[in-house]
Design a protein around this ligand. Structure first.
Ligand SMILES: NC(=O)c1ccc[n+]([C@@H]2O[C@H](COP(=O)([O-])OP(=O)(O)OC[C@H]3O[C@@H](n4cnc5c(N)ncnc54)[C@H](O)[C@@H]3O)[C@@H](O)[C@H]2O)c1
Length: 255
């Protein structure tokens, strides 16, 4: 096993967060959660808002690696929700998390970005999409993730943090999303199973890196057509997906 690390997972109560917490615990890491709501099956879990600088600073104490998942995870329906929910969580929250990580001397930061930053290429090709391809963000949510990617690079260069940006495939949160993926072959090709998500983030904190910044795609195995280039994530972090659609949906459906 890799050395046991002290890892803070923000958004620990969410779909991806719970899978990440479970995998890190299985691998013997010391895990602290941080979320607006209580995190199941985690004794060291802080309930707080990422927009609260003091709460975030408290959560960061003694942490070696940070996995930042806390966010509004998709576009929202009204202009008011953009201004009062999406931007505070995804921009102000990010600011507090990055500042607290820098001030606490966190060594590795893993930021959850999204395949939506390259949405229009995802719809029309060419495939596979590489991290270096020009971004084509879907809308405001994807734009917040591009902002996050940019400032991640800034902290790596300005402060020497080791920052990995993870452009995640689609890990469904609800039965309705499972049905959406079942109905569309492209969605099956960008599917990310909860167990593969857990494995990916564990690899991202464990990997010894020669570079202090990287952007990678993370997904499960494709079924029909390879949409994301997964070779860089294998080379950089040693992550290879074990599953493909529909493996793992029983976790989402609660079976
Ligand atoms: N699931 C996917 O398909 C997918 C794809 C690409 C990127 N992502 C990203 O991965 C991360 C996790 O997504 P998810 O699917 O697990 O979403 P989720 O909604 O299940 O989990 C997000 C968690 O963050 C918490 N949270 C939100 N705002 C917060 C705040 N201001 N302070 C504290 N906690 C807050 C929520 O309570 C929730 O538990 C997000 O950053 C999302 O944008 C997810």
């Amino acid at each position: 096993m890799a050395q046991s690390l002290h890892v803070l997972v923000t958004g620990s109560a969410g779909r991806v967060g719970q899978a990440v917490v479970a995998e890190l615990q299985t691998r013997g890491h010391v895990v602290r959660g941080f979320d607006r709501v209580p995190t199941p099956s985690l004794s060291d879990a802080i309930v707080g808002n990422a927009t609260d600088a003091n709460a975030v600073q408290r959560a960061m104490a003694g942490v070696h690696s940070l996995i930042h998942l806390a966010a509004v995870p998709d576009d929202v329906d009204t202009p008011r929700a953009v201004l009062e929910e999406l931007f505070p969580a995804n921009i102000t929250g990010l600011y507090h998390v990055m500042e607290a990580a820098r001030a606490s001397g966190v060594k590795r930061v893993v930021l959850a970005s999204s395949g939506q930053v390259n949405w229009w290429q995802q719809q029309h090709g060419p495939f596979p999409i590489h991290a270096e391809d020009p971004p084509s963000p879907k809308y405001w949510y994807a734009a917040t993730k591009m902002f996050m990617e940019s400032i991640g690079r800034g902290y790596a260069e300005m402060h020497g943090l080791s920052v990995i940006v993870a452009r995640l495939g689609w890990c469904p949160r609800t039965r309705a999303q499972v049905e959406e993926i079942a109905a569309q072959s492209w969605a099956q090709d960008v599917y990310l199973s909860p167990r593969d998500a857990g494995r990916f983030f564990a690899c991202a904190v464990e990997a010894e890196l020669k570079t202090n910044f990287g952007i990678v795609y993370a997904a499960s195995q494709f079924l029909h057509e390879q949409r994301f280039d997964l070779e860089p994530v294998k080379q950089l972090l040693g992550y290879e997906p074990h599953e493909r659609w529909p493996q793992g949906i029983e976790i989402v459906l609660g079976r």
